[in-house]
Write a protein that binds this ligand. Structure first.
Ligand code: PLP
Ligand code: COI
Length: 339
């Protein structure tokens, strides 16, 4: 794409050339269809419209120095989409169909893939919708699976620079036995109140606490939380957060550089003991946290006192990116070159 300022891409929607679609009817998936339209035609009583019967994924394709496009851990996204589907009684998407749809969409839109060295990537959005008509609250009998792509920069405009986070306690993103651990749209609707509260107060994102007693850290908007101290990478264990594929990868990288890794409940009082803190996710990549402010108590915790990301966060960030962009050997078998 000529005249694109790849280095300063926001995390937003840019129209690409094609998307792919597939329909589930009479108990089976049909053939993948390629479309150049940005709109879909949908029944007025579709369950996704009324009862939130929908799930999505977020993944990225990276262009290496060799001009080849790499997918990162696509199998994990395929599996998570099916956990989401199972969680709200939707038809699962066979892994091979998921892969075919993703690969086709990425390759058909090759000209939108940000060039190597710009730090940007091609964001991939697989989407599963309940399209069958129901008026009673029950699962649809027809589904649509689609994939579109859009080139993106980092989720937070700060990029790899410390951001400010607000602890909010007057709304919850997810209930302990609800749908917080799967990637369904309803969670994001529920998170808007916290996001608006945090951003209105001048913070980039909310930190959600456990909904039951508001004592433990859940996650940071659309990213998992981590803290680092005493050569240990610590990340919350909670039944109401999304198991992040980025976080799982970072845990592997932390172990690989000789750190201990703990996945356990993290109490709010522990936050001030961390030497570094951050948020991680496909969109957020690794975002260092410079400040956590409790909007209720007024208490503030500062990290990165010199305004720079912590040394360990930086090391892990560089490592993750060099694997994703193909600069470093893929020793964990996370990358698939697709063309
Ligand atoms: N938590 C939430 C609520 C998210 O939406 C995301 C994004 O997918 C993440 C965490 C990070 O997960 P991943 O690293 O798999 O993108
Ligand atoms: C991702 O990291 O891929 C996400 O899905 C975040 C998104 C909701 C903005």
């Amino acid at each position: 794409m000529e005249n694109t300022d790849w280095k300063n891409l926001p995390f937003g929607y840019i129209k690409s050339d094609y998307n792919v679609r597939c329909y589930y009817r009479n108990g089976e998936w049909g053939e993948l269809e390629i479309s150049s339209k940005e709109h879909i035609d949908i029944h007025i009583a579709a369950t996704c419209l009324h009862y939130g019967q929908q799930a999505f994924e977020g993944m990225k394709a990276f262009m290496g120095k060799d001009g080849k496009i790499r997918l990162f851990r696509w199998q994990d996204n395929a599996k998570r989409m099916n956990r989401s589907a199972e969680g709200i009684f939707m038809a699962p998407v066979p892994e091979e169909l998921f892969k075919e749809a993703v690969v086709k969409t990425v390759l058909l839109n090759r000209r939108f893939s940000p060039p190597y060295g710009t730090g940007a990537a091609l964001y991939i959005r697989p989407l599963l919708l309940g399209t069958g008509a129901q008026v009673g609250v029950k699962p649809a009998n027809e589904y649509m699976f689609m994939v579109f792509v859009t080139p993106v920069g980092p989720y937070f405009k700060e990029g790899f620079n410390p951001v400010k986070i607000a602890i909010i306690k007057d709304s919850d993103r997810a209930a302990p036995l609800g749908t917080g651990n799967i990637k369904v749209g309803g969670n994001y609707a529920a998170s808007l109140r916290g996001i608006m509260r945090a951003t209105d107060a001048g913070y980039v994102s909310p930190m959600y606490l456990d909904a039951r007693i508001k004592k433990y850290v859940d996650e940071i908007g659309a990213a998992n939380f981590f803290g680092i101290k005493n050569n240990t990478y610590i990340t919350p264990k909670s039944e109401s957060i999304l198991p992040s594929i980025t976080n799982k990868s970072v845990m592997t990288l932390a172990r690989d550089i000789g750190m201990n890794v703990e996945c356990r409940p993290v109490a709010v009082e522990e936050l001030e003991s961390f030497e570094e803190a951050g948020a991680c996710g496909t969109a957020a990549i690794i975002t260092p946290i410079g400040e956590i402010h409790d909007l209720e108590t007024g208490k503030t915790i500062n990290y990165c006192k010199d305004g720079k990301p912590g040394a360990i966060s930086e090391k892990i960030y560089n490592r993750l990116l060099s694997i994703q962009f193909g600069d470093e050997e893929d020793k964990f078998d996370w990358i698939e070159i697709i063309g």
